[in-house]
Design a protein around this ligand. Structure first.
Ligand code: ATP
Ligand code: MG
Length: 376
């Protein structure tokens, strides 16, 4: 099997690593340059979407901000999975919110803003405080505003109007501010014959709007709620592949924040902590193979490496730690790699995370120690 991935970043790289034992060959299409590259070495393999499509048995994607003309060409080839509708919904908060409503899953009250009049109507409909998000192009908390008081309306409107004017078809989605207790996500896979396997939920910690730490959690009641919502969304889309749902946990009741129609950063822990990792399961699904088991093998956390390209050698000596570099050039805040930390029980995981935190620069890894202590 030859799978073409739209996008040539770390997710395509980790899919290539996971596909090799199953003899699944991957190439990556860099949507920006039109180059076909090897997902591990970035070596140039060819150029042009038509060539890339021609060589592939299956086409999939590692991100959702893909021009619709590219998606439409892939769709016409009949090779694209999960579905171009799913990728479009992941890349446009208007479509995403409409999808969540169609699937009848709980999500924050919202209103779509195209004009100053809409903004006033949004304030009436949603109320303050609210979170405002650009509908296109947002990731890692970028393109967002928080409106807390009426006195800030005009200043925020100026910024939002500039954002709307900058990109064709741009709009803003106003959402009620959700006073959540924590954020969790569910990563799961749906196969070609409709079978669904989900991983245990992950509890996620964000630092400055970017995921810094994810820990697999066992919570039967929340897991059931999350799986029901996952199933509703996946079935609504007739989805094939790995899908992630991000949730707010508000006193034990889950609201969907957003979806990611792909393998997800909060599922990287599955490489060491689950029977089959999310990357392998995505490939199994899109290649029409049976899904692998998603059970938790052992308590596991994932620590994101942001803006750093080196770690102390001592981290390699800590047997609980498994380092995954992405081979990228260093830039401030950039996702450069992650460390999966495993242990036999939560108490031991907490101790291993503290041991890891002792070796790391506290400013570059602010969430590790504080959250490790909450685990035990
Ligand atoms: P990412 O790509 O990292 O998932 P994003 O840019 O797509 O981020 P969101 O996930 O929608 O954006 O929001 C980023 C973070 O902002 C959330 O993880 C959450 O902490 C906070 N947030 C978003 N929406 C709300 C809301 N309605 N109420 C309260 N907090 C929110
Ligand atoms: Mg998010």
């Amino acid at each position: 099997m030859h799978v073409l991935v739209l996008g040539a970043g770390q997710l395509a790289r980790m899919m290539a690593l996971a596909g090799a034992p199953l003899n699944i060959k991957l190439s990556a299409f860099d949507v920006g340059t039109g180059n076909i590259v090897h997902p591990l070495t970035q070596a140039l393999l060819g150029h042009g979407l038509d060539n890339a499509i021609e060589q592939a048995d299956v086409i999939t994607a590692e991100f959702e901000h893909i021009p619709h003309d590219v998606l439409d060409i892939c769709e016409k080839s009949g090779k694209f999975l999960p579905s171009t509708e799913a990728i479009k919904a992941g890349g446009d908060r208007r479509l995403e919110k409409a999808l969540l409503d169609r699937a009848q899953v709980a999500n924050a009250r919202y209103y779509v803003i195209n004009s100053r009049e809409d903004f006033a109507a949004a304030i009436d409909h949603v109320g303050l405080p609210m979170v405002l998000k650009s509908t296109l192009g947002g990731y890692d908390g970028k393109g967002q505003w928080r409106l807390k008081a009426d006195s800030d309306v005009e200043a925020i409107w100026l910024e939002m109007a500039a954002c709307i004017a900058e990109t064709p078809n741009q709009a803003i989605v106003a959402e009620e501010f959700v006073p959540f207790d924590r954020e969790v996500s569910l990563v799961g896979a749906r196969g070609k014959s409709g079978e669904i396997e989900v991983y245990p939920l992950a509890e996620n910690v964000h630092t400055n709007g970017v995921l810094s730490l994810s820990t697999a959690i066992v919570d039967t009641e929340l897991q059931q709620q999350a799986k029901a919502m996952f199933t509703a969304v996946a079935e609504e889309l007739n989805y094939v592949g790995v899908l992630a749902l991000e949730f707010f946990d508000v006193q034990g009741k889950l609201l969907v924040n957003e979806i990611a129609p792909r393998v997800h950063n909060s599922g990287h822990w599955t490489q060491q902590g689950a029977e089959t990792c999310q990357f392998e399961n995505h490939l199994r699904a899109v290649c029409g193979m049976p899904l692998g088991g998603t059970a938790l093998i052992r308590p596991t956390s994932m620590v994101n490496i942001l803006g750093e390209d080196a770690l102390p050698q001592s981290v390699l000596s800590q047997h609980a730690c498994h380092i995954h570099w992405y081979g990228k050039d260093k830039r401030p805040g950039r996702k450069m790699g992650h460390i999966n930390v495993c242990a036999d029980n939560l108490e031991a995981l907490s101790q291993e995370l503290v041991k890891l935190a002792d070796q790391l620069d506290e400013t570059a890894f602010p969430a590790v120690r504080e959250n490790a202590l909450k685990l035990s």
